[in-house]
Ligand binder design. Structure first.
Ligand code: THU
Length: 163
């Protein structure tokens, strides 16, 4: 038997001012988008902003539904909108942020497994990494260089045939 460690580099910023100008803009756009989330059931609003290689920023926020599983997370609203509006344009980065009516979210909001899987498909298609920036409402910002970092052993289209 062999054992292998899988690790990745996480950059931790204490405050937004430590980020580059474009990263600050991406994060504040995600914060603005968060406010328009429709989250009457969870009271947990998530905002996402996607930076494309053509310089455009596309936003998303969580859209809930009385039939709970019919709702969609902010990250998928954002990347699907980017794919719909700018097909073939690579995604460079995504910023994700969350707030709650019930408590102060002071730790970085991590994307759910379904969103990681959805985002990684764009990364695999475009063959360039998508960096991820995470923040709560306050507190530190986590950044990693690639979605693959936070979804090791990911499923991909390569499993669907043997070619
Ligand atoms: N949510 C997101 O928007 N993104 C995630 O990655 C995790 C969860 C939303 C879904 C639901 O509207 C609320 O947060 C509570 O789960």
């Amino acid at each position: 038997m062999k054992k292998q460690q899988i690790s990745f580099e996480l950059s931790i910023f204490e405050k937004p001012e430590e980020l580059s100008q474009i990263e600050q803009k991406l994060l504040s756009t995600a914060e603005d988008a968060r406010e328009n989330a429709y989250a009457p059931y969870s009271n947990f609003k998530v905002g996402a902003a996607v930076l494309l290689e053509n310089g455009e920023i596309v936003i998303g926020n969580n859209q809930e539904n009385a039939s709970y599983p019919s709702g969609l997370c902010a990250e998928r609203v954002a990347v699907f909108q980017a794919g719909a509006k700018y097909p073939g344009v690579a995604i460079k980065a995504i910023a994700i942020t969350a707030t709650s009516k019930d408590y102060v979210v002071d730790s970085p909001a991590a994307p759910c497994g379904n969103c990681r899987q959805s985002i990684i498909e764009y990364e695999q298609r475009q063959r360039t990494p998508i960096s991820i920036m995470l923040r709560g409402e306050t507190g530190p910002i986590y950044k990693c260089a690639s979605v693959a970092d936070i979804l090791p052993l990911a499923f991909s289209s390569s499993f669907l045939s043997d070619s």
